[in-house]
Design a protein. Structure first.
Length: 198
């Protein structure tokens, strides 16, 4: 894994928070039951079919591009928000390719929105590419320079994940904070297994 130039910013909320599973826990405004805003962002998307997005040109994408209307069979959209300074975000990012391989065939579409680099500056294309390549991300990486996903998350409570019903666009869950233990995505597995069993 390449060094992301991590720096300590003293954001104990990132490293110590337990995962908040509930309606808008720690969020920046979005809450379960609300409708997903159709944000438009620059993104790295695997257009060359090699299973990676870091080597593709930047394109513009909308969150609605990943809902069931445009991607039949999609049941849940997961939007993972990450910052370069956040070690728990890095743990999640390292686990996300296997998570996507497990849940993608079950109808879960995943996007990662990177909003800050290791120094806390807004994410740019170069850092988004480093993030995508470092963690071998096969799904789109949103370059959230203006922290548009801040409508759902607070920057100092990372990592953060948003789960959306892909049929209706309704927000099912806003979860923030770090998951303790070996599997940084365990709580999300539990949520998805329960929801997808319906």
């Amino acid at each position: 894994m390449r060094d992301l130039g991590r720096i300590e910013l003293g954001l104990a909320a990132c490293a110590l928070a337990a995962v908040g599973l509930g309606a808008g826990c720690g969020g920046g405004g979005g809450a379960a039951g609300e409708m997903l805003a159709d944000l438009e962002l620059a993104a790295l998307v695997d257009t060359n079919g090699n299973g990676q997005c870091h080597d593709d040109p930047v394109t513009t994408t909308r969150l609605s591009d990943y809902l069931a209307e445009r991607r039949p069979g999609t049941r849940i959209l997961m939007v993972n928000a990450a910052a370069g300074w956040c070690e728990p975000c890095q743990r999640e990012a390292a686990a996300l390719p296997a998570f996507q391989a497990e849940y993608g065939p079950r109808g879960v579409a995943i996007l990662t929105a990177v909003f800050q680099d290791p120094a806390g500056a807004p994410c740019d294309e170069a850092f988004a590419r480093v993030w995508a390549q470092t963690f071998g991300l096969p799904f789109p990486v949103l370059i959230d320079t203006q922290f548009q996903t801040g409508a759902y998350f607070q920057a100092n409570v990372m990592p953060a994940n948003l789960f959306v019903d892909a049929e209706t666009g309704e927000i099912l869950l806003v979860a923030t904070g770090a998951e303790p233990g070996a599997d940084p995505l365990r709580a999300y597995r539990d949520f998805l297994d329960s929801h997808l069993a319906r």
